[in-house]
Design a binder for this molecule. Structure first.
Ligand SMILES: CC(C)(COP(=O)(O)OP(=O)(O)OC[C@H]1O[C@@H](n2cnc3c(N)ncnc32)[C@H](O)[C@@H]1OP(=O)(O)O)[C@@H](O)C(=O)NCCC(=O)NCCS
Length: 202
């Protein structure tokens, strides 16, 4: 939704995503595609800035820098060269359940499958951890349904409601929709094809 990249002037990273380097006069060599990988400490300031931008619209909850450093292992990031252009966190709620959190893609890169690939990377991580179900609270219902999630009553997520939600400024009048994905009932997408021009580093 929100962009941290200057729009004015010369073509930016989003243009580089679509153009081979030959368009810059460097014949025969292609720009590296954006890649999805686990976050590092060095990514966190950019993760913080992109979340802060999207939190202004209420699409995601704001996170402090301190909180992001302590939860760095929850994050997958999509990077174009050294620029973080998207991220998604997987927060374990209990022995069977985890939440997809802080999913954001820089708006210059939206609609290219990056958000889906980041979400899939977090689903793969949940599967690797041995969790049974992932859930999301969101306004982007169709986006998650396309990934196999189904809408449920929020009251079916008691652990979430009574731990984290009570600290949220939207509580108790949250208008987001709850969706879940039961991992045993969905095929393992690990190793599945990612969108063109997007690498997944494991
Ligand atoms: C939600 C969000 C992360 C999606 O990121 P994205 O990179 O645009 O996601 P995708 O490209 O995978 O999918 C977006 C749409 O583009 C379409 N799409 C996916 N790949 C595409 C491609 N290669 N070409 C064209 N369209 C494509 C999808 O059909 C999808 O449509 P849908 O949302 O109606 O299902 C992004 O819009 C965002 O940051 N929003 C603000 C924060 C937010 O709402 N976060 C969710 C909190 S739970």
């Amino acid at each position: 939704m929100a962009s941290l990249i200057q729009r004015a002037g010369a073509p930016g990273p989003a243009d580089a995503l679509l153009k081979p380097a030959s368009s810059n006069g460097d014949e025969g060599r292609c720009e590296p595609a954006p890649a999805i990988r686990r976050a590092t400490i060095a990514d966190i300031p950019q993760v913080h800035a992109l979340i802060a931008l999207n939190a202004k619209t209420g699409a995601v909850l704001p996170r402090t820098l301190e909180n992001l450093y302590t939860t760095v292992r929850e994050f997958q990031v999509c990077v174009d060269a050294d620029t973080v252009i998207g991220m998604c966190a997987l927060h374990v709620s209990n022995s069977t359940l985890a939440e997809i959190r802080s999913l954001c893609v820089d708006d210059r890169y939206e609609g290219r499958g990056i958000g889906s690939a980041l979400t899939q990377a977090s689903i793969n991580e949940a599967r690797r951890l041995g969790l049974g179900t992932v859930f999301a609270l969101t306004y982007r219902v169709k986006f998650f349904q396309r990934l196999g999630f189904t809408v449920v009553e929020k009251s079916t997520l008691p652990q979430k409601i009574w731990t984290d939600c009570v600290h949220c400024h939207k509580f108790p009048t949250c208008d987001e929709t709850a969706l879940i994905l039961r991992l045993q009932e969905t095929p393992d997408q690990e190793g599945a094809a990612s969108p063109p021009l997007l690498r997944v580093l494991r």
